[in-house]
Design a protein around this ligand. Structure first.
Ligand SMILES: Nc1nc2c(ncn2[C@@H]2O[C@H](COP(=O)(O)OP(=O)(O)OP(=O)(O)O)[C@@H](O)[C@H]2O)c(=O)[nH]1
Ligand SMILES: [Mg+2]
Length: 431
């Protein structure tokens, strides 16, 4: 259903966007950032029709780019029939307003764009609440700029009378938005509580939790579908060659070939400089990773920037407080680049090369996951008296039983079980 929607969108006439940026910060890989901006524009159902960049020591306060360059951008936009201009960096409200006045078209910055993508994609109630909260937090300090924009539209353009009205309007908007943010936060708190209850339920069942994390478009959802397909489960998740295809968290039970089961979660992908309001709003979703027993960091090794993606992923995990969890690096899309970029993998024992598309390396990945699941298990030989029926029930639920015999003196069981359960069973152990 969701997929049909995207195909339908693809067939429609797309809004043409002209992209611009200023190369000034030595800490940012500008080329990568511009490339990524193109991907984000496409993910927003728009068509990038041109790029204009400028090298400066610092962006210009009033118009971000120099005035000559802005004129050039205006001309270029007319030639390419662009309807929107999208900036690689973050614009101040006044830069945005000034550029809109000169270019006579809507001007967006990167944060705008990401928020727009998120608000179009949000499907579940939780994602919708998170996006709305992020949007309003982003808008709150920008209300002045927004008012100026509206002022221009109504033809009032900055007269003193209008300014007074504008200020009143801003005050009112600020109050309304403030109330709405409070309301959203209350609802989000409730959603977080429900998520916590669900999580506790999962822990009670003691089924191991594995979470996939990684840069957007690395192939996380595809990996989940491949593991689901291999285990005969048809509850597939949405995957697509598009940034931020996934916004809603999905948790599925995966059954490996030997019958071992674990829960796998797929969630929103990371991106460099994810707008702060989004990180805050999506915290409860992203925290799914913090409660995992094992993390699969999925990397697209066919992407020349995959080491940057690795760093961003690790930084985001650090920010979420999830850096003590054991990790397996899944180096994906090796079919596109058989040699791969070899920087990681050679010296890292927790690395597996796979192609989710062809299935290459999937056996190895399953082996690694299995080895991890076994690590915390104990192998036991038990003789449980017939009066201990409740314990036998628990063993059936939580352990992997290889032998079960009903003897005269009790039930003889050989099994592998989590260490916590092994502690309870130790009194019934026999050699
Ligand atoms: N060639 C190739 N393409 C792959 C492979 N794995 C995934 N893809 C493609 O990569 C694209 C992105 O895959 P997704 O699974 O949607 O990526 P994701 O990590 O879930 O992305 P987000 O949800 O945006 O965070 C899709 O078009 C997949 O078909 C692979 O091993 N090889
Ligand atoms: Mg996905």
């Amino acid at each position: 259903m969701k997929e049909d929607y995207y195909y339908q969108k693809e067939e429609e006439e797309k809004v043409k966007a002209i992209l611009f940026g200023v190369e000034w910060d030595a800490n940012i890989d500008f080329e990568h950032s511009m490339d990524e901006l193109k991907g984000l524009v496409r993910a927003c159902d728009m068509e990038p029709v041109g790029i204009l960049t400028q090298v400066l020591v610092h962006p210009v306060n009033s118009t971000y780019m120099g005035s000559g360059k802005v004129e050039e951008l205006k001309q270029f936009a007319a030639e390419t029939c662009a309807e929107v201009a999208v900036c690689e960096g973050d614009l101040t409200p006044s830069q945005m307003k000034n550029l809109q006045d000169i270019l006579k078209m809507p001007v967006w910055d990167r944060t705008n764009l990401i928020l727009e993508i998120f608000s179009r994609r949000a499907g579940t109630r939780e994602a919708k609440l998170q996006v709305e909260s992020a949007y309003l937090q982003f808008m709150l300090p920008r209300l002045t700029g927004m008012w100026q924009h509206l002022g221009r539209q109504s033809g009032g353009g900055g007269s003193r009378a209008n300014k007074g009205e504008g200020e009143k309007q801003i005050e009112l908007d600020r109050r309304i938005i403030g109330h709405r943010i409070q309301e959203l936060n209350r609802e989000l708190k409730e959603v977080t509580r429900i998520r916590q209850v669900q999580r506790d339920g999962r822990f009670k069942g003691k089924m191991p939790n594995v979470a996939m994390v990684g840069y957007t478009n690395a192939g996380k959802s595809s990996l989940m579908n491949r593991l689901l397909g291999d285990s005969g489960n048809r509850k597939e998740v949405f995957e697509k060659d598009m940034l931020f295809a996934t916004l809603d968290t999905s948790i599925r039970k995966i059954t490996l070939k030997d019958g071992r089961e674990f829960l796998l979660s797929d969630t929103v992908g990371f991106i460099e400089n994810l707008p702060h309001s989004l990180v805050k709003a999506f915290r409860s979703t992203l925290e799914e990773a913090c409660h995992a027993d094992l993390l699969l960091i999925v990397l697209d090794v066919s992407d020349p920037y995959y080491l940057t993606h690795k760093r961003v992923t690790e930084d985001t995990l650090k920010e979420l407080g999830a850096c003590d969890i054991p990790v397996i690096y899944v180096l994906n899309k090796t079919d596109l680049l058989p040699g791969g970029y070899a920087e990681i993998g050679t010296d890292n024992p927790d690395t597996v090369r796979v192609s989710v598309k062809t299935g290459a390396g999937m056996d190895k990945l399953e082996e690694r996951i299995l080895a991890f699941l076994d690590k915390d298990n104990a192998a036991l030989k038990l003789l449980i008296p017939y009066s201990g029926g409740a314990l036998v029930g628990r063993i059936h639920e939580e352990a992997r039983i290889s032998v079960e015999e009903y003897r005269n003196d009790g039930i003889y069981i050989e099994c592998e079980c989590p260490k916590a359960l092994a502690g309870v069973l130790s009194q019934y152990e026999i050699s």
